[in-house]
Ligand binder design. Structure first.
Ligand SMILES: Nc1nc2c(ncn2[C@@H]2O[C@H](COP(=O)(O)OP(=O)(O)OP(=O)(O)O)[C@@H](O)[C@H]2O)c(=O)[nH]1
Length: 384
């Protein structure tokens, strides 16, 4: 394959500029705009690097080499910054930009030794990409999604290529020319670099889209105060559980619970303290449920628990354990320790074809009101 190097250069340069501009446009008004702007700046820096490398032969050596590598190091530093911003880490400080100072320093020290310069710049990029890979693999970050895998695979491949190049330079296999003319081999490296830049950009944009999607899903299905499923989500889960239990003739229990005298807590300690109590009780309840059980905030201070494969006896035992756990776990609010109790209504047993999700909730709700009437902080079962 014969590559027309000047045409290739124009294509690659234009494409990198266009990608940079579109990423900056995409950043407009986005919640993750800081990260996207940093990424856009990284692409612009990569574009500038291409232009500077092209000055080889037209500007005194090793100026194009040093300035081009400086722009590439800046591009990697900005990608690292973008990732840091995406991961919401506290400030990158000047650490991420430190490697940039090394480029002119190497240039001054080894101006006439192209091989040493090439080796040092390659080593610098290996370290920079290593830091990016480290951030992507950091177990302290809750990371998942396909975008991250695209970044890991691409940066991983580039890191291997750079390590191979470093070895070739050290062993003297890599031909270090005057750099005046781009040869076919350099043109291939050029294309591979552009492909990698486009690939990591797609991965990064995809990561941001995945996060926005997750956030929308959480807003639609989660109760923001307690972190539990909201009314819509727990109702959907109950409908699905009822349909499954009816199909398979299985047991299903439903618990409706309500915090006792919650108004008094709000009136005595304030609404914020009430919110904290709600959150604390939600934690106490959800930490005691099995993985297959579902819990949601059904109303202001009401929770609904759905227990698949559970008959009345098992549900009553669990309800009593939950009641006792809430009673034994007061919420700390400043110097105050706020005690709270809950009343629970239980409806459990085999689900028949005549049962509906609303009917089960109504029965558990009626039992819960019996518990209130009988003195609160207790469990009652439905007679229906
Ligand atoms: N802090 C806070 N309070 C809430 C929230 N949602 C509902 N409430 C309050 O919960 C209280 C419920 O009061 P009531 O329905 O009278 O019931 P209660 O005081 O718990 O009394 P019983 O249920 O009869 O034991 C009201 O004061 C609501 O304002 C919330 O998200 N945060």
């Amino acid at each position: 394959m014969k590559l027309d190097v000047p045409t290739l250069f124009v294509a690659v340069t234009l494409l990198s500029l266009l990608t940079a501009v579109w990423v900056c446009v995409m950043a407009w008004g986005q919640p993750s705009r800081e990260a996207l702007w940093a990424w856009g700046a990284a692409l612009l820096s990569f574009f500038a690097g291409n232009l500077l490398f092209a000055l080889q032969g037209h500007a005194p050596d090793p100026l194009p080499l040093i300035s081009g590598n400086l722009a590439c190091a800046a591009s990697l530093a900005l990608m690292q910054l973008a990732l840091w911003r995406f991961q919401l880490r506290k400030g990158l400080g000047l650490r991420g930009l430190l490697p940039l100072a090394l480029v002119p320093l190497f240039g001054l020290l080894f101006a006439n030794q192209q091989r040493v310069l090439l080796g040092l710049f390659t080593l610098l990029f290996v370290v920079q990409i290593g830091l990016i890979l480290g951030a992507l693999l950091d177990p302290a970050q809750k990371q998942h999604g396909r975008g991250r895998y695209i970044l890991l695979i691409t940066f991983g491949a580039v890191e291997l290529m750079l390590l191979a190049r470093l070895l070739a330079v050290v062993l003297g296999w890599e031909r270090v020319g005057s750099g005046v003319e781009l040869d076919q081999w350099q043109a291939m490296v050029f294309i591979a670099t552009l492909a990698a830049v486009i690939s990591v950009t797609l991965g990064f944009v995809y990561m941001i889209m995945e996060r926005a999607e997750l956030r929308n899903f959480e807003l639609a299905m989660k109760d923001m105060l307690t972190g539990l499923s909201n009314r819509r989500a727990i109702s959907d889960q109950l409908h699905a559980a009822v349909a499954r239990a009816q199909r398979q003739g299985q047991l299903l229990s439903v618990l409706m619970m309500d915090i006792d005298h919650f108004k008094r807590i709000n009136d005595s300690y304030g609404h914020q303290a009430g919110d904290r109590v709600l959150h604390g009780i939600a934690q106490t309840l959800s930490s005691r449920l099995r993985a297959q059980d579902q819990i949601g905030r059904f109303g202001g201070e009401e929770f609904l628990v759905v227990l698949p494969d559970t008959g009345l006896d098992g549900a009553l035992i669990l309800a009593e354990a939950l009641r006792a756990a809430v009673e034994a776990t007061p919420t700390q609010w400043g110097v105050h320790s706020i005690a709270a109790t809950i009343s629970i209504g239980v409806r459990g047993g085999v689900v028949t074809g005549a049962d509906t999700a609303d009917g089960l909730v109504g029965a558990a709700d009626a039992a819960m009101y019996q518990a209130k009437a009988a003195g609160r902080n207790r469990v009652e079962q439905s007679s229906r």
